[in-house]
Ligand binder design. Sequence first.
Ligand code: PMP
Length: 450
Amino acid sequence: MNKHSNIMQRTSNPQLPTIAKGEGVYLIDKQNNRYLDACGGAAVSCLGHSNQRVKQAIIDQINAVPYAHTSFFTNDSQELLAEHLIAHSEGDFSQVYFVSGGSEAVETSLKLARQYFLEKGKTDKKYFIARKQSYHGNTLGALAIGGNLWRRKPFDPLLAEGHHISACYEYREQRESETNFEYGQRIANELETMILDLGEENVAAFVAETVVGATAGALTPPEGYFKRIREICDQYDVLLILDEVMCGMGRTGTLHACEQEGVQGDLQTIAKGIAAGYQALGAVLISKKIVDAIDNGTGFFQHGHTYIGHPTGCAAGYATQLEIQKQNLLNNVKRQGSNLKKALKESFDADVLVSEHIGDIRGRGLFLGVELVADKASKQPFDPALKLHKHIKKKAMENLLMVYPMGGTLDGVNGDHILIAPPFIIDEENVAQIAERLNKSIREAILSVK
Ligand code: PMP
């Protein structure tokens, strides 16, 4: 444990264990505790922690040249990774912009959307619409368009105010009288109403996570929702920015989560799993129409960071993507994802105390969420003051399990939930361990707040 630390942590817990090494799906601290990593930190570590080929690719790149500024040179790693990403996307993308993480990818996409309309002479198109409770990053632009009140409030007023329509939240907001499809159409149509309210000439883009991870734990879109969103965006010349920072790069069982919706964005952000955490990397996939508008207009995208197209980051990203293909890991994501969902349900059902507080188990592939409720029938969340999610995290760490619990957002719509996003390499034994340890941790946490 750190007795004294000069590191400013986001967490208030000064007693964090010190990490010593990683082995497959385990992280091992200096006390030799082996934690089963069932969340990849925040859905990052998709290959586990000791993939030799990715490590070797990083070493090879560093031995050749660790860094060269992209205004002087391009590099093979970013060229290969860009080619790979475009070849493996169904979207009409023609270029990729590599950054250092998710927030930078979102900032980049907002500026690309704005510049696209400036190039086209539509200078009033400056508003962004996103969804309530959404999280798209912690930098000021990304925070401003996000709908997570808890994260935004201390920093208001922000640079640009985002406008927000309803989240996709089947468990709490689909009416009994409507089908899943009807629910999806109803909330997608809110986008049209919002565009008309703001004036279509003023709206640049709609930003949404294809499958929501960051604020509400693996919320999947209703059937047909994104198809309707795409139609509305096309009708009003509004760009669709799909934020796949967390849900993308194989997490839901397809390389891009939007493949399962049959819809493509004009811009798509990716990060987290792209380089499996071996290096810090994010990217934006940019559609041809945006690239062409900039090429035929100003001629360059007015943006840039010191580490864009970082050779070592991109070498890790390219090696990660080859590894996913080589080991056929997307199949394992689908297979173990459904095993894990089943194992969680069975384990909760077998525990009377726990099962009466499990409101919902949801998600796709190895991107699963569990929502806890104080009362199952009324779906009443636990009192936020109890901070149940923090107790679950603490108990899980004591039980040598890493999961990613979150509390409700300030608008009080949802309650405590847990995100589970283990490495794509997990096996049946790991699945059983996750279900057993998580059930035990939830039980202990509930008892400690009762
Ligand atoms: N968008 C989404 C959907 C995210 O989940 C996150 C991170 N949780 C971000 C953006 C920001 O990414 P980063 O923390 O790498 O800046």
